[in-house]
Design a protein around this ligand. Structure first.
Ligand SMILES: CC(C)(COP(=O)(O)OP(=O)(O)OC[C@H]1O[C@@H](n2cnc3c(N)ncnc32)[C@H](O)[C@@H]1OP(=O)(O)O)[C@@H](O)C(=O)NCCC(=O)NCCS
Length: 298
C-alpha cells in the first residue's frame, strides 16, 4: 500500500511519540551513545495540535504509523520540533515528504525564519535539511551531573529570583523578543500550566533581568537574560534551584557559543552527554542570552 500523509489527530499523539522514542534510541545506540529517550506524555504535542493543527503530520501505511512531523510557529519563526521515521522505514523518502508538509505550514503562517535542532552525529538529517536551505549554525550540548556531586561544589547564587506569575507574561515576551526576535507568550502559558515545571523571574531591584524554568527532574531551561553579562550568575542560580528539586540528576542544554554557562557547567563537573546542532535558514537568536529547554521546545 502507498504511504499516506495526513494531519495528525489527538488520539494518535501517544503512538507517534512511541515512534519518536524508538527512532531516537535506534539512532543514538547505532552511534554508540546508548539510549537517549524515554516515553513521556505528549503534552506539548497536544497543546500545539490544539493551538495550530497545520503543524503536525503523520505518515501511515495500513494503520501503522511510519513517520511523524511536528512544527510550531511563533511570529515569523517556524520551528521543526520533531521529524522522525520508524527505523525500518528510513531512506525511502518518507522524511522528505513529511518535511515538505511542515514547510508548507511555514508558508501558510508566513514564517520567514526557519530553524530546528538535530543530532550533531546524524549525517542523514543534516543532508536532508541542507537540501531545504537549513544550514548548520550552532553547536549545542546536553550536559548532566549527579545532584550529590553538584552540591559539593555549588557556589552561592547572586541573583534574586521570585516565582513566576501570570502577570509576568509581558516581561517574558520582552526578554524573548530580545533573545529570539519573537514573543513566545503561548509557550510560557503552556510551561506555567505544567505542574512539573517551576518558573522564576530574575530581577535586580525593580529591574526584571531574566527568567528561568526548572522541572521536577532537575532539568534547567528555557533560561533567558536581558544581557550576556547576566548569564553566568543566572545559570549559577539555575543550578541551585535545579538542585533544590531533589532529583538524582541535574541537566541543562547549552549552546556552544554560550561561554558563560558552558564554563560554569564544566567547572562544576557537568559532563557532555549528547552533542546537538541548530540548523536554520539564516543566523538568528542571541545564544549568549538564551538556553533552550530541549530540541523540540527550543
Ligand atoms: C532524519 C530522518 C527523519 C529522515 O527521514 P528519511 O525518510 O530517512 O529520509 P528520506 O529518505 O526522505 O531522505 C533522506 C535524504 O538525506 C540524504 N542523505 C542521506 N545520507 C546523506 C549524507 N550522508 N549526506 C547528505 N545527504 C544524505 C538522502 O540522499 C536523502 O535525500 P534524497 O532523497 O533527496 O536523495 C530519518 O532518517 C530519521 O528518523 N532518523 C533518525 C531520527 C532523526 O535524526 N530525526 C531528525 C530529528 S531533527
Amino acid at each position: 500500500m502507498p504511504v499516506v500523509y495526513r494531519p495528525a489527530r489527538e488520539h494518535e499523539l501517544e503512538r507517534a511519540e512511541q515512534l519518536v522514542v524508538q527512532s531516537i534510541n535506534d539512532l543514538t545506540q547505532r552511534h554508540g551513545f546508548g539510549k537517549m529517550a524515554s516515553l513521556r506524555p505528549a503534552h506539548f504535542q497536544s497543546f500545539s495540535l490544539r493551538d495550530d493543527p497545520d503543524g503536525l503530520w503523520i505518515a501511515e501505511d495500513g494503520g501503522d504509523i511510519f513517520g511523524f512531523a511536528f512544527s510550531w510557529v511563533c511570529g515569523d519563526l517556524w520551528f521543526l520540533a520533531e521529524l522522525f521515521v520508524a527505523p525500518g522505514q528510513q531512506g525511502r523518502g518518507i522524511g522528505n515528504e513529511l518535511l515538505a508538509r511542515t514547510l508548507a505550514h511555514a508558508e501558510t503562517k508566513k514564517a520567514t525564519r526557519k530553524a530546528l535542532i538535530t543530532f550533531a552525529f546524524n549525517t542523514v538529517s543534516q543532508g536532508l535539511y541542507v537540501q531545504h536551505g537549513l544550514l548548520p549554525r550552532l553547536p549545542l550540548n546536553f550536559l548532566n551531573i549527579s545532584r550529590d556531586t553538584l552540591l559539593n561544589g555549588l557556589q552561592n547564587a547572586s541573583i534574586q529570583s521570585a516565582a513566576l506569575k501570570a502577570t509576568d507574561l509581558q516581561h517574558l515576551s520582552d526578554i524573548d523578543a530580545h533573545a529570539l526576535g519573537t514573543s513566545r507568550e503561548k509557550h510560557h502559558r503552556y510551561l506555567m500550566s505544567d505542574s512539573g515545571m517551576t518558573g522564576f523571574l530574575l530581577h535586580s531591584g525593580d529591574e526584571c533581568i531574566g527568567y528561568l524554568y526548572v522541572n521536577s527532574e532537575g532539568h534547567i531551561g528555557p533560561l533567558a537574560v536581558t544581557r550576556a553579562d547576566i548569564m553566568g550568575p543566572a545559570f549559577q542560580t539555575a543550578l541551585k534551584l535545579a538542585a533544590e528539586q531533589g532529583s538524582a540528576q541535574v541537566t541543562a542544554f547549552i549552546p556552544g557559543t554560550n561561554d558563560a554557562a558552558l564554563k560554569i557547567a564544566v567547572d562544576h563537573g557537568m559532563r557532555i552527554t549528547f552533542p546537538m546542532l541548530m540548523m536554520s535558514s539564516a543566523n538568528f537568536g542571541d545564544w549568549k542570552c538564551y538556553l533552550p529547554r530541549n530540541p523540540g521546545f527550543m
